[in-house]
Design a protein around this ligand. Structure first.
Ligand code: ADP
Length: 451
């Protein structure tokens, strides 16, 4: 190459290169890179040549080139990694957006920045509905007092988490949806950099189910309690008169009984039989009512006559107990005769009067009936033991007695008022009571005036 250049420079000067590189081996056997710069001495065939050792330069250049290549590959890798990260990020965003659990992102001032699809579906608010933190609080917690309480509790929970370097405790609040439905929710707040991710669990249904379960449990316990008390009552209600009948029948066998004694024993046997019949009738009636087999048979009923029959029938019994029976007002002629079920009307009044006698030791029992708009209103008033306020609802339910646990002082199955209530309703009316403990009770019921 050098020879070639040498000749060219002398014969065709323009074609020769004035500098070029080559490599040679020095006497230490090292390979050297050399830059040759050649120029002719004017008007002669001699040339001046400088040889520059550029080995280091060359190496540095190569290194640079290598680094450059590396840099390019690194750049490429970086680019790919970024693309993947971007993909992952949008995947994560998609997960949050499509999560089956409502999620919200707020800044540290509680301004809502993002709500996911489930949140919108359950609570109705879109991000546009929540332009400020204040707006969110007002919509979700319309009651000011409750809102302040929630805010304060939340701040306390956050502070506690900061102090103890632990997670923010789960919060449970009632919040209102956009269409004003109240929901009970659990809030899990996770601080991430300068935001909160809030995961919300709607537990409204769970709470509702729990409440229903508790109710069902209480009902079951109540039924159990009633069943036990009913069984105890029934055995008492059947055994007592049965003992009366058997005992006094035995006594009747005695040969030298006086006429009066015989009369007294037979009387006791008869009363025991009546009492047992009452119980059995009550049982049959209540089971007919409960199975829907109790029908009403309407006919013309003369109310004043009916009241008169009852008054005359119960007067001796009432007076026997040292009480007084009053019937003060007759029904006006124009409403005295109505269409109703005579047997049921009679039954309600009989039950109420019997109770009045049973639950009074002193005073007066007053019965009566008056017109009240389109109804006849009957009442049975006594000055007996009265009923505690918290039992007034219950006594109209079957088997219920004021004192379910200790009802032994009074006989009775606890069915009478349940039958009265069913009958009053079958006749188109209702039954209720005004009572003061220790003062007395007034039982009322009404039936429509049907001609
Ligand atoms: P019972 O056979 O026990 O009398 P009822 O259904 O007739 O059953 O009455 C239910 C309960 O209501 C009674 O056990 C009693 O505690 C209360 N009660 C009913 N009538 C009266 C009344 N006139 N005064 C006080 N308590 C009454």
């Amino acid at each position: 190459m050098m020879q070639n250049q040498h000749h060219l420079r002398r014969n065709a000067k323009n074609k020769a290169q004035s500098q070029y590189e080559f490599r040679f081996v020095d006497h230490h056997k090292n390979i050297k890179n050399i830059l040759v710069v050649v120029d002719m001495i004017p008007d002669s065939t001699n040339s001046v040549t400088s040889l520059l050792d550029i080995t280091n330069l060359k190496q540095a250049e190569e290194l640079l080139k290598e680094n450059e290549e590396k840099l390019i590959t690194q750049n490429l890798e970086l680019k790919l990694a970024k693309q993947e990260a971007d993909n992952n990020q949008s995947n994560l965003e998609l997960f949050i957006k499509k999560s089956p659990i409502p999620m919200v992102i707020t800044d540290f001032n509680e301004k809502v920045e993002y709500v996911n699809d489930k949140f919108i579906q359950i609570f109705g608010y879109t991000i546009k509905d929540l332009p400020s933190a204040q707006k969110w609080w007002e919509l979700a917690y319309p009651n000011l007092e409750y809102r302040l309480y929630v805010q304060e509790s939340m701040n306390l929970a956050i502070q506690k988490a900061i102090d103890t370097k632990s997670d923010i405790e789960m919060q449970k609040w009632h919040i209102y949806t956009k269409n004003r439905k109240k929901k009970t929710c659990e809030f899990y707040m996770v601080p991430i950099e300068n935001r909160f991710l809030i995961v919300i669990k709607d537990i409204t249904k769970e709470i509702q189910n729990q409440k229903e379960l508790i109710k069902a449990k209480e009902k079951a316990e109540e039924s159990d309690r009633l069943k036990s008390s009913f069984l105890a009552n029934m055995s008492h209600e059947i055994r007592t008169p049965m003992n009366g009948i058997l005992g006094f029948t035995e006594l009747l066998k005695e040969p030298d009984l006086t006429g009066d004694e015989q009369k007294m024993y037979i009387d006791i046997i008869k009363r025991s039989g009546d009492r047992m019949l009452d119980t059995v009738n009550d049982l049959i009636d209540i089971s007919k009512i409960e199975t829907g087999q109790m029908l009403t048979v309407k006919s013309e009923v003369n109310i004043n006559d009916e009241m008169d029959v009852l008054y005359s029938f119960f007067k001796p019994e009432v007076e026997n107990k040292g009480l007084k029976l009053e019937w003060l007002y007759q029904v006006p002629e124009d409403v005295n005769i109505i269409q109703t079920d005579k047997h049921k009307l009679h039954s309600i009044l009989t039950n109420l009067i019997k109770n009045a006698i049973k639950y009074s030791d002193v005073g007066e029992i007053e019965i009566g009936c008056y017109k009240e708009q389109q109804f006849l209103e009957f009442y049975v008033k006594d000055e007996g033991i009265g009923i505690p306020k918290n039992r007034i609802e219950a006594i109209f339910q079957r088997f219920e007695q004021v004192d379910v646990l200790d009802a032994r002082a009074f006989e009775g199955s606890g069915l009478g008022l349940a039958i009265c209530k069913a009958y009053a309703e079958m006749l188109g009316g209702s039954i209720w009571v005004d009572s003061t403990l220790g003062v007395g009770s007034v039982f009322y019921f009404n039936i429509p005036i049907l001609k």
